[in-house]
Design a protein around this ligand. Structure first.
Ligand code: NOJ
Ligand code: CA
Length: 584
């Protein structure tokens, strides 16, 4: 297997709690995942990324870790993980885990020790304890806000405050303390020694805060809370640990920084291999917006010499089938509001949303780079908006007093079998209900029904994943102009990907000299790209490429610009770097 296996990999995110429940307690588990590996093998994925499954009080479903080197009993045992890794590897599927190093759980032994120790003690120095302001220290040390809403500080009995970028149950580590640095070296090695192939790094830009912790000005991006220069020393360290292993271990970062330049710092050769391209995820269904996001990512990729990690979905945002079926907001997401842009309320036309989501998936799969899919995306699952309030568990919902729906709606246990109770999520004999209630309409999306149909979303995903490497090759794309504003088209190797963002069909330009090979909808004789759909074509006669003139204009009137990892950048690539996504 090549060292750079991730370069064009399809990686499937498993939200374990909601994937498959083997022991019938209503909570997905490792044995359930192992029992469903056939599904993932048939889908054609190269790796899975497991959301955190370590010992945790589950206040933020595993992103609050009490023991980094043990599996939470609700998910199984160390043996179950071993069995999963062995089975996945035997199918050529790699296993990535989630590294949550910004914060732990308030039930982690170190935090319990810190609470039990005096202000100024070594135990407190592993976290961010500060005295408060006001006459008796009754005010928080500064005005920083938690990402989940409310103040980012909580007071303990002796009057000091501790900092938490997320929930109060998730105290942030003090990464300037060497105990913390060395502890995580050990955690990485612990899992690498057990055959884990790499890590997704949670809030990778967050570990360090400006040590002066100055008040934030206004409601904008709080520069002092994120992306401090010292963080790079940590990733250089982690990369070095990963390269001690054969094959070398892989890191992908969840990183929100304001500029392409800032992002590039994380992706230099001696730091992380990749970072998610959230810029694509937050775009509306609109050709020029999508094209610009793709260009930005490819400019970035060119700068760092490694391909993007595309993604349209994860456990933190509303599902694409819903997002693309809602009213599309063409205004740029507010710089401080990127994720919220992918978590809007509002009615959705789901038939339209699923159509567009399939097309968007074929778009990502055609691009150079890695594609991350989120479980249920291959079923076209919509967001579950109709969860009863009392069932919701997300701290975003709880901390915003229900103002924000939060993320429970994309975490509802998967429907495997239309006819069985819990839709096959738990065994039929199970007496516990799934941890979040599944709506009746989940039956329409069940994997076993989709298995039987050549027209299902699942079938489209399987064909596209299987056909991706045969159709497209190389690190660069050439944009193809068609004269249709709603059509986004590019060529990569001898493949062309054309996505029709409009509501009317568009004729395949004859100048492309290409045959349609796959569509997200029926493509008939292949002469038309149906509305809201994607078509892949392969070039039959190579005129399209060879006739592109030096000014980027072909004799046929096609304009072409190249962007990519090694290629020269075209006009669309010269955007201002501050067009890149921003996030608090
Ligand atoms: C990002 C994770 O994706 C999200 O689910 C989690 O709540 C926060 N980081 C805090 O760990
Ligand atoms: Ca279970």
């Amino acid at each position: 297997m090549s060292t750079n296996w991730w370069h064009d990999a399809v990686i499937y995110q498993v939200y374990l709690r909601s994937f498959a429940d083997a022991n019938g307690d209503g909570i997905g588990d490792l044995a359930g995942l192992t029992s469903r590996l056939d599904h993932l093998e048939r889908l054609g994925v190269d790796a899975i990324w497991l959301n955190p499954c370590y010992v945790s009080p589950q206040r933020d479903h595993g992103y609050d870790i009490a023991d980094y080197c043990a599996i939470d009993p609700s998910y199984g045992t160390a043996e179950d993980l071993k069995a999963l890794v062995a089975d996945a590897h035997s199918r050529g599927i790699r296993v990535l885990m989630d590294m949550v190093a910004n914060h732990c759980s308030d039930q982690h032994q170190w935090f319990l020790d810190a609470i039990a120790s005096a202000p100024g003690s070594a135990a407190r120095d592993r976290f961010l304890f500060r005295d408060g302001r006001g006459v008796d220290g009754e005010l928080p040390p500064n005005n920083w806000q938690s990402v989940f809403g409310g103040a980012a500080w909580t007071r303990v009995d002796d009057g000091q405050w501790y900092f938490h970028a997320f929930d109060a149950s998730q105290p942030d580590f003090n990464w300037r303390n060497r105990d913390v640095v060395e502890y995580f070296d050990g955690v990485l090695r612990f899992w690498f020694d057990r055959g884990v192939d790499g890590f997704r790094i949670d809030v990778a830009h967050g570990l360090f805060k400006d040590s002066a912790m100055p008040d934030a000005l206004g409601d904008g991006h709080n520069y002092a809370m994120w992306d401090q220069p010292e963080v790079h020393e940590i990733y250089r360290r982690w990369r070095a640990i990963g390269t001690e292993y054969e094959p070398q271990r892989y890191f992908v970062g969840e990183i929100w920084v304001p500029t392409i330049e800032a992002m590039a710092q994380y992706l230099l050769a001696d730091e992380l291999h990749q970072a998610f391209t959230f810029d694509l995820l937050v775009q509306p269904w609109e050709a020029t917006r999508m094209a610009a996001a793709i260009d930005r990512a490819l400019v970035q990729a060119e700068r760092v010499g490694g391909p993007p990690a595309w993604t349209l979905s994860n456990h933190d945002v509303h599902r694409p089938a819903t997002r693309f079926g809602q009213e599309q907001h063409l205004d740029a997401p507010l710089p401080t509001d990127m994720i919220a842009a992918a978590r809007r309320r509002g009615d959705a036309d789901l038939a339209l949303g699923v159509r567009r989501a399939k097309a968007a998936t074929m778009l990502q799969l055609a691009l150079p780079g890695t594609v991350y899919l989120y479980q249920g995306e291959e079923l076209g699952l919509p967001e579950v908006f109709d969860l009863p309030d009392e069932a919701r568990e997300d701290p975003i919902w709880l901390r915003s007093n229900g103002e924000e729906l939060g993320r429970d709606g994309c975490r509802v246990p998967l429907p495997w079998d239309a006819a069985s109770p819990t839709f096959g999520f738990s065994p039929p004999s199970s007496t516990s209900a799934p941890w979040l209630p599944q709506p009746q309409w989940f039956a329409d999306y069940a994997a076993n029904t989709q298995d039987l149909s050549d027209d299902s979303t699942l079938a489209v995903f399987r064909r596209a994943i299987a056909g991706k490497r045969d159709t497209f090759s190389g690190p660069d794309i050439d944009w193809l102009a068609s004269g249709h504003p709603s059509l986004l088209a590019f060529r990569r190797g001898s493949g062309i990907c054309a996505v029709n963002f409009g509501d009317s069909p568009v004729d395949v330009p004859r100048e492309w000299n290409a045959d349609a090979v796959l569509g997200s909808e029926h493509i008939g004789d292949g002469s038309v790209i149906p509305a809201n759909s994607a078509v892949w074509l392969t070039v039959v006669r190579d005129d399209a490429r060879t006739t592109v003139g030096s000014d980027g204009t072909s004799p046929a009137g096609l304009t072409s610009t190249t962007t990519g990892i090694h290629g020269p950048t075209g006009p669309q690539s010269h955007m201002r770097s501050n067009d890149a996504p921003q996030f608090t």
